[in-house]
Structure formats: structure tokens, C-alpha cells
Design a protein around this ligand. Structure first.
Ligand code: SF4
Length: 338
């Protein structure tokens, strides 16, 4: 376990990554809470997972920080009785699906996802009726029920490889239209119908804001998540998933500044890994537009309560879990690209 002093230092670094509005008042108190949470997790044989978009102090409390699939797979390897998923509901569901028989806790049940909510089993069934003979590829940002109705899942890291690997030519891509359109451009040999969902956190970004940021940082490299709109992707030097952003930075050893078009909390991990580089949110603001409210519903108090009171346990209907697991495992059989 880290000493209180070491924890204090990382909390101070976390504070630097946080827009001024959301900074916690007392880094020493935050460090104390993190120590308490780490002790509680050890006592409960729990592994703490935090998505890259979680509050920096929650990332600091976690055993692993990463993207949703990477975390679910970390949980598989960990010798833990309890998995506490600091992320949003569909991610905790995926961890439950891929780790049957283990307790999965989500510290705040209100932590949903507007993108996952943009498709329901009923709407997917209608689209499937409208497009018979299409292979349904569903982004991991979806409910277990929707995954269960899909042929195969994908992440933003492997979506192109997954679609390219399909034996058929006709694809129905759900639910993110920006990711789907980008994939369609990368795999022109397939006929891809794209569902009309979007992540509001990424979809709100406009090229005008990014142009403004670029003007203030000449020579900066623009890195964008494929959930961003086409106008943003057109001006990006690198288009990649959150996990791929680290490699994207490594591909530009000469660059000092990176403009990052994704949720602001990812900058915390980038700043930690590359302390000699400068990372700027692409919204031309403090990250206020690139802010996912669902991802910020878990704080250290919610995490502590989750461990103490065993809340909120995530359950998935067994049949849905079995079918969703199949769609996830088919995806994992496809080699992951960047
Ligand atoms: S950033 Fe977008 S896709 Fe991710 S949890 Fe928030 S609303 Fe959902």
C-alpha cells in the first residue's frame, strides 16, 4: 500500500488535471479517503476498476484504469471476490457478463449512458426487420439486452477489424452513428447501415471550437475519439480509442502539445504517462463541453459506501448474459487493432 505522503502527491497531480471548477477543496482529505478505500478493498478482496473518464481522484483510488473492455478483462485475471466498477451501467454489466459468478458493484446506479440508452431491444428489433440479412455489429456501449440481440460486439479500438472480419457484406452498425460512419469509410467494401445514436459528450464538439484551440497551439497534434462528428475526425491527425491514445502520443515524439477530442478526464492519464508533454481539451474551454455527467456520478464517498454496504450489485438476466457473452467473445476472437 502507498504511504499517505505518496498518495498526497498523486492527489496533488490529479488536481492539476482537473478543471478548476471541479477541484476538491482539500487534497490531504482526499488522500485520506483513498487510503481508507484501499484498506476496505483489501479487506473485502475487491478489485477496483476505473474508466479513463472517471474523476482523477477515483482513478487514483483504483487498481486498474482503462477502457471498458480492458477493465472487464483485467477483472477476469484478478483474483478478487468483488469487482467494483467505477464507470457506467453498461460497463458494469459487461464485467458481470464476462465474470459470471462474481459480485460486480456499481457505486452509483444512476450512472447510465445516453448513447447506450439511444437503442432499446424494441428499436433494434425494428431495425433488424427493416434490414434483413444484415449482420448486427453493436458497440460495447449498449445494454446487455441489446448485445444479446446482436451478432457481434465491437469497441472503438477494434470496430474496423471486427467489421472487416465479417463473412457477409451487409452490416447493421449500432448504436453510434459517428463511429459507424467512420468505420464505413474505413471498410468501403461492405454495405453498412448505421443506426442513429450518438454520445452527446462527443457529438457536441464542433470544428469551430477545435480550430480556435489549434490557432492558440500552432503545431499541436489533434487526437480524436471516433465518437466525435465527421468534421472533427476530418481535422484530426490521429483517430483512436481511449486506450489507443497513449500509442498515438508515442507516434509523435517531436510534438510537445496535443489537442485531445474526448472526455476531459482522460487527460489525467495522458499527463501522468507523458509529464513532459502538454495536453489541451479540444473544446476551447476547460473541458466543460467534453464532460460526461454520467461518468462523474461516482466520487470517493460513493466508492467508500459501495465497499461498506455492498451496493449496487449488478445482475443480468441469465439468457441475455449468455447471448451477450457470445457476441463479446466473437469480438474478442478478432485481433485488436489500434
Ligand atoms: S462519454 Fe458518452 S458514451 Fe461514454 S458514458 Fe458518457 S454518454 Fe456514454
Amino acid at each position: 500500500m502507498k504511504s499517505a505522503e505518496a498518495v498526497s502527491e498523486v492527489v496533488a497531480a490529479a488536481e492539476e488535471s482537473t478543471p478548476a471548477l471541479w477541484r476538491v477543496a482539500d487534497p490531504r482529505e482526499t488522500a485520506r479517503k483513498i487510503e481508507e478505500i484501499r484498506a476496505l478493498a483489501a479487506a473485502r478482496h475487491a478489485v477496483l476498476l476505473a474508466h479513463n473518464y472517471q474523476l482523477p481522484e477515483v482513478q487514483e483510488a483504483a487498481d486498474f484504469v482503462g477502457d471498458s473492455l480492458g477493465l472487464a478483462l483485467e477483472a477476469r485475471k484478478a483474483d478478487a471476490e468483488v469487482i467494483v466498477f467505477c464507470g457506467v451501467h453498461f460497463m458494469a454489466e459487461s464485467a458481470r457478463i464476462l465474470n459470471p459468478g462474481r459480485t460486480v458493484l456499481l457505486p452509483n446506479l444512476s450512472a447510465g449512458c445516453a448513447l447506450a440508452d439511444s437503442i432499446t431491444p424494441e428499436s433494434l428489433l425494428k431495425w433488424k426487420e427493416r434490414y434483413p440479412g444484415h449482420t448486427v455489429v453493436t458497440y460495447i456501449n449498449s445494454s446487455a439486452e441489446v448485445k444479446a440481440l446482436s451478432d457481434i460486439c465491437c469497441t472503438s479500438a477494434n470496430a474496423v477489424s471486427v467489421v472487416r472480419s465479417l463473412p457477409g457484406d451487409k452490416v447493421l452498425f449500432t448504436p453510434d452513428r459517428n463511429l459507424g460512419r467512420w468505420v464505413a469509410g474505413q471498410v468501403p467494401e461492405k454495405q453498412i447501415v448505421v443506426y442513429d445514436g450518438a454520445c452527446p459528450t462527443h457529438d457536441v464538439l464542433r470544428d469551430a471550437s477545435v480550430e480556435k484551440v489549434k490557432a492558440g497551439h500552432p503545431g499541436a497534434v489533434v487526437i480524436a475519439h471516433p465518437e466525435c462528428r465527421e468534421d472533427i475526425l476530418a481535422m484530426a491527425d490521429e483517430i483512436c480509442s481511449t486506450s489507443g491514445m497513449t500509442d498515438a502520443v508515442k507516434r509523435h515524439p517531436e510534438a510537445r502539445t496535443f489537442i485531445v477530442a474526448t472526455e476531459w478526464a482522460l487527460l489525467h492519464q495522458l499527463k501522468k504517462r507523458f509529464p513532459d508533454r502538454h495536453f489541451v481539451p479540444a473544446d476551447g474551454c476547460i473541458g466543460c463541453r467534453l464532460h460526461c455527467p454520467y461518468m462523474k456520478m461516482i466520487d470517493l464517498d460513493a466508492l467508500r459506501r459501495s465497499l461498506l454496504e455492498n451496493v449496487f450489485e449488478i445482475e443480468v438476466d441469465e439468457e441475455d448474459a449468455a447471448l451477450a457473452r457470445l457476441a463479446l467473445e466473437r469480438m474478442m476472437a478478432v485481433p485488436r487493432d489500434r
